[in-house]
Ligand binder design. Structure first.
Ligand code: SF4
Length: 472
């Protein structure tokens, strides 16, 4: 029902902590926004692996404190997952566990591989048995088949054969290994607290456990953490860095630090640049579509010298399992999720800042609610360009046909939304808003310039007009 794109996963790992599983549980809690359909933790005491995973929120999966207590050891990794249609189910819950020649191993993956179909077919043709339908399982097969002796060498060789987005945490009986793909699509950060090393998709996980952010794990870098300490290896050259710009626009938490900067700061800048490019003259106030647009709306209001008001209230207590008995119930979902503040909106000319528009259906209903609450004018400002293309690098997008901007002009979208004005931030201004410390960005969902070729078997689910659409 959500009209927002969903993140696929969040990963966490910790080394040398007496309560490694409990810390991982907290870390996953902080990363809950990156995946709400399943969660899992694997820990080790150096001899055995202990695991618990299940479908649901972290608080559901680990509701019994005894479950965490049973996860022994001082090293652990964890994973939050959002499953796409057809791939949910307990068998796909991560971390994935296997026993290979060098011993037991577990892996948690954030991202999406774009050559997994070929790799998997090759293994299956040679008799390999797969336990899951995820792309992540080919990583374990590649590690298992490597002829190298050491685990880091095996993982490095495996990763050199992967294409696409992968931020990975591996667990072995004596080490925690973190890997980020050479393009650096998904974030992965390194943290520290009193002799303990941690890695996480976003630094907000460090804040919750009292660890401090050290740095990002770099594109093409592998960090090995064991009893000898921490060492870093560049397992593949990083020829073209294409970090996902959408992490800054919407996915990551505003209190996180990713790609070398604070999300809050960058999101605010997106709002300021939007105000500069598309001011709203004559408006009375700026409101946001809570919560994801709050920061950009603040930036917009600051730059425009307009009041920032709370015009929409979001209900945070609608469970994922809310049942929609009928089509009319479906229409009421927006009303369940958002309510208007009549006293703020009545007879006012309102600028609504939204971070992105996917299908446009929610925003259309929100506009109706705002008008019903008495808003005299509704002006939409979007802190990113129109989304015209799907993502193959770890975000759950609807098909291209479902994206409202794929075949409509901004004016047509304005009419569909029934608003007084509609403007999107330009691609140039968006790129001018993000930090350049670690290199470039992927913005393929806006302009179709995909940085890595995607196998037709993977792209066909999203591109109803055919894979010829892909420009690499
Ligand atoms: S296509 Fe869009 S969502 Fe996907 S990685 Fe690129 S910028 Fe991010």
């Amino acid at each position: 029902m959500s009209d927002h794109i969903k993140e696929f996963c969040g990963v966490f790992g910790i080394h040398n902590h007496p309560e490694a599983a409990h810390m991982t549980y907290l870390g996953l809690f902080a990363l809950q926004h990156r995946g709400q359909e399943s969660a899992g933790i694997v820990s080790t005491n150096g001899k055995n692996f202990y695991s618990h995973m299940g479908e649901g929120l972290v608080s559901d999966v680990f509701s019994n404190p005894k479950v965490i207590q049973a996860l022994e050891g001082s090293i652990a990794i964890g994973h939050n997952r959002y499953s796409t249609t057809g791939s949910c189910g307990l068998h796909n819950v991560q971390p994935l566990l296997a026993r290979i020649q060098s011993g037991p191993i577990a892996v948690a993956h954030n991202g999406n591989l774009v050559n997994s179909a070929t790799l998997r077919r090759g293994f299956e043709n040679n008799g390999a048995i797969f336990q899951t339908t995820t792309d992540s399982e080919v990583i374990l097969h590649l590690v298992a088949r490597s002829k190298h002796n050491s685990l880091p060498d095996r993982i490095a060789e495996a990763c050199r054969q992967l294409k696409g987005a992968y931020s990975l945490v591996f667990l072995s009986p004596d080490s925690l290994i973190a890997v980020r793909d050479p393009n650096g699509f998904r974030p992965l950060a390194l943290g520290k607290m009193a002799g303990v090393h941690v890695v996480a998709s976003e630094s907000c996980a460090f804040d919750l456990i009292g660890a401090e952010y050290v740095r990002d794990i770099l594109p093409g870098e592998m960090v090995i953490i064991d009893s000898q300490g921490l060492r870093s290896v560049h397992f593949a050259p990083s020829e073209r860095i294409t970090q996902c710009i959408f992490e800054y626009i919407y996915f990551s938490r505003p209190d996180s630090r990713i790609f070398g900067d604070f999300v809050d700061k960058t999101r605010r800048k997106l709002g300021k640049n939007l105000a500069e490019e598309y001011p709203a003259e004559g408006a009375d106030m700026v409101i946001s579509v809570p919560d994801s647009s709050n920061t950009a709306a603040l930036g917009y209001a600051q730059k425009s010298n307009l009041r920032f008001e709370i015009g929409l209230i979001r209900n945070h207590y609608i469970g994922r399992s809310f049942i929609h008995p009928s089509q009319s119930g479906r229409n009421e979902y927006v009303k369940l999720k958002f309510n208007t503040v009549g006293g703020v909106l009545k007879d006012r000319k309102v600028v609504v800042v939204e971070d992105s528009i996917v299908r446009g259906t929610t925003l259309r209903k929100l506009t109706k609610l705002l008008r019903a609450a008495g808003a005299a004018e509704v002006h939409i400002r979007v802190s990113s360009p129109p989304i015209k293309y799907p993502c193959f690098y770890g975000m759950d997008f609807p098909t291209r046909k479902e994206l409202i901007a794929h075949d409509r002009t901004v004016d047509e979208i304005k009419h569909f939304l029934n608003v007084d004005s509609l403007n999107y931030l330009s691609l140039e201004k968006m790129l001018a808003s993000v930090p350049e410390e670690y290199g470039g960005y992927c913005h393929a969902c806006f302009d179709g310039s995909y940085p890595i070729y995607v196998e037709p078997e993977i792209s066909k689910n999203y591109l109803e007009t055919g894979p010829a659409l892909l420009r690499v």
